[in-house]
Design a protein around this ligand. Structure first.
Ligand code: UP5
Ligand code: MG
Length: 199
């Protein structure tokens, strides 16, 4: 696909900040396609015959970032499928939970498509931990336990926040405070988005 047919927003924030929850709202109201990098990795992990299954399983449980070649390829394939199937040949994407390491950010924007801007959900660790432990009671996610959560937080601070800072230094971040109720966070999301898109 040609990058000028595709609009991409990156959606970033710590583990449990509410990226997936807010993306679902944006899909409903703005006609985006939601691509969660974590969901794509979990699907690839479970796909029969995948050569990366064991590797992904290990990385996710340890809260580490899967080598970018795998994730960039999964995202590129997913974008290609959507654009090919669209009569207009165009697509609007929320890329959730990616890029979370500098090399991924650079590689994706160089070889796939630059993002228009980044929606960044800012949430304190204690709130995120509470949400994730609560979700862990029913999610079945191998990384929703106290030990994995701590590892995910560490990776976020050390490796993923620098990506947010990089985009912020270019004036490409719309920051949303993610501590209030989902409805209030969504209200702020819409305001930030419309201000930015209206520019
Ligand atoms: N909830 C949501 N909003 C709330 C609110 N305002 N108030 C109260 N509760 C709220 O929400 C999490 C929970 O909180 C839910 O129960 C929700 O109801 C509640 P959710 O919307 O799911 O938050 P989200 O930010 O999407 O949290 P998630 O756990 O998905 O974040 P992660 O970034 O940790 O997970 P992801 O799936 O993106 O990645 C998992 C792993 O995959 C990574 O750790 C890494 O190992 C790997 N990965 C890579 O290697 N490379 C990548 O590029 C991407 C992922
Ligand atoms: Mg998510």
């Amino acid at each position: 696909f040609s990058p000028d047919k595709v609009t991409v927003l990156f959606v970033l924030g710590g583990p449990g900040a509410g990226k997936g929850t807010q993306c679902a709202n944006l899909v409903r109201d703005y006609n985006f396609t939601h691509l969660s990098a974590g969901d794509l990795l979990r699907a690839e992990q479970d796909r029969e015959g995948s050569e990366f299954g064991d590797l992904i399983k290990d990385y996710i449980k340890e809260g580490r970032i899967v080598p970018m070649e795998v994730t960039v390829q999964l995202l590129e394939n997913a974008i290609t499928d959507v654009v090919r199937a669209a009569p207009s040949g165009k697509g609007k994407f929320l890329i959730d939970g990616f890029p979370r390491k500098m090399d991924q950010a650079i590689k994706f924007e160089e070889t796939v498509c630059p993002s228009k801007f980044v929606l960044f959900y800012d949430c304190p660790e204690e709130e995120m931990q509470k949400r994730l432990l609560n979700r862990g009671k029913t999610s079945g996610r191998s990384d929703d336990n106290a030990e994995s959560i701590q590892k995910r937080f560490k990776t976020f601070v050390e490796t993923s926040m620098p990506v947010v800072d990089y985009f912020a230094s270019q004036g490409r971040v719309v920051k949303v405070v993610a501590t209030k109720s989902p409805a209030e966070v969504y209200k702020e999301t819409k305001e930030g988005l419309e201000k930015r898109l209206g520019k």
